[in-house]
Design a protein around this ligand. Sequence first.
Ligand SMILES: Nc1ncnc2c1ncn2[C@@H]1O[C@H](COP(=O)(O)OP(=O)(O)OP(=O)(O)O)[C@@H](O)[C@H]1O
Ligand SMILES: [Mg+2]
Length: 474
Amino acid sequence: MVAKPHVLIVDDEESLRHMLQLALAREGFEISTAASGQEALSRMAQSPRPDICVTDIRMPGMTGLELMREAFRNQSNPPVFVAMSAYGDENLALEALRHGAADYLSKPFKPEDFRLKLALVWERARPQREHASPGPQSSPTSDNPDRLSGMVTASESMRRVFRLVRKVAPFPTTVLITGETGTGKERIAKALHEEGTRRNGPFVPVNCGAIPENLLESELFGHVKGAFTDADTDRLGLFQMADGGTLFLDEVAELPVHLQVKLLRVLVEDEVRRLGDSQNTPIDVRVVAATSRDIDSMARSERFRPDLYFRLNVVRIHLPPLRERTEDIALLSHVLAESIGGRLGIPDARLSASCVQALEAHTWPGNVRELENVVERALVLEEGQGPIQQVAIDAHFSRNGASNLPPDSSPAEEEIRYRFDDPRTLALARVLSSVEQQTIKTVLAFTGGHRKQAAQILGISERTLLYKLKEHNL
Ligand SMILES: Nc1ncnc2c1ncn2[C@@H]1O[C@H](COP(=O)(O)OP(=O)(O)OP(=O)(O)O)[C@@H](O)[C@H]1O
Ligand SMILES: [Mg+2]
């Protein structure tokens, strides 16, 4: 039988101590309080010792930072710290994290955010033995994958992510998803929506990096007629469109600074004000944000507003890159082959064992999206010839393998001047021309330069192929 975790709440304001105590009352925590840093230190010396200490930073006498420093210096088994400070004191929050706080909350916060945060902090901190798997079969394997909203995994690290998603999905809490390009951030954002109580409401994605800066503001917040020259009608912003559902702010680190301020206000007040409007409109939107940038160091160096960072980062979900969960490569390859095969009408789309081995040996800088592209390309090229063989995969790696860069930034493919993650570059002619060029190259590599055979595979005349070779400088 495991003892209840003991939480010590330290704040000089009595009403806040009381409120936090109430918020945790039914969560199965043992709770004690202290009105000052000194009192907290003597409480920590008594038994039972607190497991978690939630402390205000600004307090008369000993500050929360000093309390942490003392505890870390003099206690043999100091508690896990969660620091709190008022809105606007985010530099102190960064200090607290540097001093070893496990997490931070910006006041005022909602009781459910507080509860959830503590539950997650405790889950991270509590001894392994307590959250050992409930049964012998709970570890995912290729034969027994874990599933979430159409995603699959055979790895422990993604399974942890799935667990976290299930846990936070029912709350309206803001979530920040981080991870390299192509790791599944948007899929996880959707899963948070689908697994929660808002699943019947709208899921509204917006890519903050892809909308021109001058349009983004009215896109997000809406405008009233006459707000600016082209505003000839009233328009709802994406926040209002997501009312009752989830707004997914993708590439949030690209948000210009003046919009970071506005977004912060919306998150704190749960209200939006359309451009040109004199009134705020209340909204009920769960915000999920994502970025592939290192937003932690951006916040530390204030290239991203720390106050907004802390508002978004109530719960953090980090997606591990594919190279750190190689167990997933085989599973995902098979699942992707099946689903892509279904979409393209290729019956019995399968990968040979040697093909999967070749896939497992790659480091996947473009992560699941790159894997998806490679599998699709191989399926298209080998349609109707039995399981996909290694050669189709090798064709991809021989172009990218040496440098091992993502396909869209490899020097060997510098002719590709678009990026699928940057819609501003997606002029159709350019995309199609690049795909055509790549396809021809791949097929020619496959036929060993045999043009007649290549033309047959490509379904064009040899003459058209010659013309295209010239056009693409091949
Ligand atoms: N566990 C998974 N199971 C099945 N498909 C997945 C999984 N993870 C990712 N994918 C697929 O991989 C592709 C990339 O996923 P997604 O768009 O969510 O990544 P992302 O992190 O948002 O990428 P980017 O940073 O480039 O925007 C998608 O097509 C998605 O369906
Ligand atoms: Mg994305």
